[in-house]
Write a protein that binds this ligand. Sequence first.
Ligand code: CP3
Length: 344
Amino acid sequence: MNAGKNKTYLRALAGEAVTPPPVWLMRQAGRYLPEYRELRSGVKNFLDFCYTPDLAVEVTLQPLRRYGFDAAILFSDILVIPDALGQKVAFREGEGPVLTPIRSADDLKGLGMDRLHDHLAPVYETVSRLASSIPETTALIGFAGAPWTVATYMVEGRGSKDHAAARTWAFDGDGFADLITLLTDATAEYLIRQADHGAEALQLFDTWAGVLSPSQFGRWVIEPTAEIVARIKAAHPDIPVVGFPRGAGVMYETFVRETGVDGVSIDNSVPPSWAARVLQPMCTVQGNLDNMSVIAGGPAMEAEVRGILAALSGGPFIFNLGHGILPETPPENVARLVDIVRGA
Ligand code: CP3
């Protein structure tokens, strides 16, 4: 792995305690950056924006130019998978994603993998172009939503707070396991293609993992994740995979033990000292600054950053947030954050 030697993010994922630790931020490309808003204003439909390699490459690079992050994350969205499977997906201004809900085994009949790779070809093109254009010390992360989280959007038809329809169907319904199997297959293939095109690590975003009971967490978070990790490793034995089962609480430990991930991204409810003691001996830990503290900035943010660094720098660690950066974030606070992590 000569390519990995000068990439601190990949060294950390290989198990090394790197000083200072690599840093990147979930959702580092996006609306908090004026240069993103400028490009985004030229395209009505957010999915079209994701499927235009010229634009997706450019917005992936924007935060690297400002902050020199140690990793770039492909610019796309987790909802390209339902879109590629044949579900209608739209993003409405101020409202977020809107999908035609899938609520029964019958509704599943309209979905399928036959057009998956054709539909996602522009994303693969973006990955290829990024692989040859990012700085040589920067790692390229590919990603997908994990099956449970993508299913919540497919079933609810929109973002939701309690995920009632998906959680109910998951308990009693004919067809829900088939939906998760379809998503597991599609997600594994999608991530393997991203690796084929030059992604050097893969992250699975399971934003809504924390709403499930322990038995359901095992079935709909751990099992599909373990299956996806196994399939990726069969095709690309050396590519590291990072899981982000947000809100998993005490289940983070079981998640790491049973899925085979190389790294785990923790949300800001997890005490860094607990993660250092329990998770770091098993895998690389990524996280977990409260995204609100970056809006606040100043000494409060600095104290949080230093606390996380003190707890986790002794083992394999990647500095990140506990969830994606928010649109209200002042860009100068991000610059300060990166300076603190790098020892300024
Ligand atoms: O990290 C990055 O910079 C890469 C790009 C990325 C986006 N979405 C771009 C995006 C990634 C990794 C995602 C993941 C994603 N998308 C998740 C999982 C992570 C998380 O934050 O929980 C989820 C749940 C989604 C689904 C999604 N996409 C929602 C609910 C929304 C609307 C809410 C919002 O933030 O606007 C999106 C839209 C979206 N995805 C935007 C961006 C930059 C904003 C769209 C715009 O520019 O109008």
